[in-house]
Design a protein around this ligand. Sequence first.
Ligand code: KG4
Ligand code: ZN
Length: 362
Amino acid sequence: MSLSPQPLILGLESSCDDTAAALLRGRQVLASVVKGQNALHADFGGVVPEIAARAHAERLDHCIEEALETAQVTLAEVDAIAVTAGPGLIGGVLSGAMMAKGLSAALSVPVIAVNHLAGHALTPRLTDDLAYPYLMLLVSGGHCQFLIVRGAQEFTRLGGTIDDAPGEAFDKTARLLGLPQPGGPSVEQTALTGDERRFRFPRPLLDRPGCDLSFSGLKTALLRQRDQLVTERGGLGTQDRADLCAGFQAAVRDVLAEKTRRALTLYLAEAPPAPTLAVAGGVAANQSLRAALQAVCTEADVQFTAPPLALCTDNAAMIAYAGAELLAAGVTHDAGFSARPRWPLDQTAAPLVGSGRKGAKA
Ligand code: KG4
Ligand code: ZN
């Protein structure tokens, strides 16, 4: 089959709690449809895999239809299908993989099995045409890792969380303080009027060498501090809440900034021609974190870049783009490809332990 020089790629994403379809030609995102599932899981304090999988199966075709309509193209014009094949909640990944396999057979076009984390990691190339190798900090509700991105299939993981992801910690903090979900934005908002020095939360793993991170102890420290305040004063006042949020956010920010400093040192030792740190994931929306990362980069004379939020959080345009890079490198998959709950980008790095609210950490 002959492909046009810039193939039209249909991307599909369904690995967690967002169902998404996108159409991409070159670096042009013709359509990117994302349907979230927050309301479906709200009563359960986390993503329920069975509910997520069912919702993906019900919504994927609507997302595809909407994307086709927005992009003003037909299915027959699609040159290839890129789909998240892992890591993630297996029921959701299967929904997407089956849809992609079916469409690929029906349309006689290639299918490309994409690693969700590669989608995030390659997004700065879609948005800013960033040159390899760059350093990526992926911080979301499900992931947290430092990667040197060397190519579409070549990643070196310098470290990652050994338990919770930072977004998960923000969400738990909000829950402990009675603030609305998702927790990141509400904790950040509440912290604006808080004093980050009133409560000193731990800075986990800073006393150990390396770039690994841990956030679960932070949430326990916050729980203890909250309970102590409640015991002493009979409840939490507005200022208590603000100070707790500010103290928690400062701890996450300081740990991420210090580990970024260490990751940059390792990356810069390779003398990259255009040293750049890129950040992706929902937590990258946090202004205090962004300012700290920007400061670390200025200090190290490294460029700092963050894709627009809609492409930082889970979406299918990033999957289509990763698919486009693989296709250009001649990589396609046959219909027998597997859906993988775990799929580390760097196969040589030691596995990270822990499995969070949003599924397996890879
Ligand atoms: O990347 P994302 O949309 O989804 C996945 O985790 O897959 O990230 C969502 C996470 C949530 O945990 C949310 O609380 C967090 O990102 N988040 C933030 C902020 N906005 C969203 N965390 C801190 N500060 C924010 N402003
Ligand atoms: Zn993600």
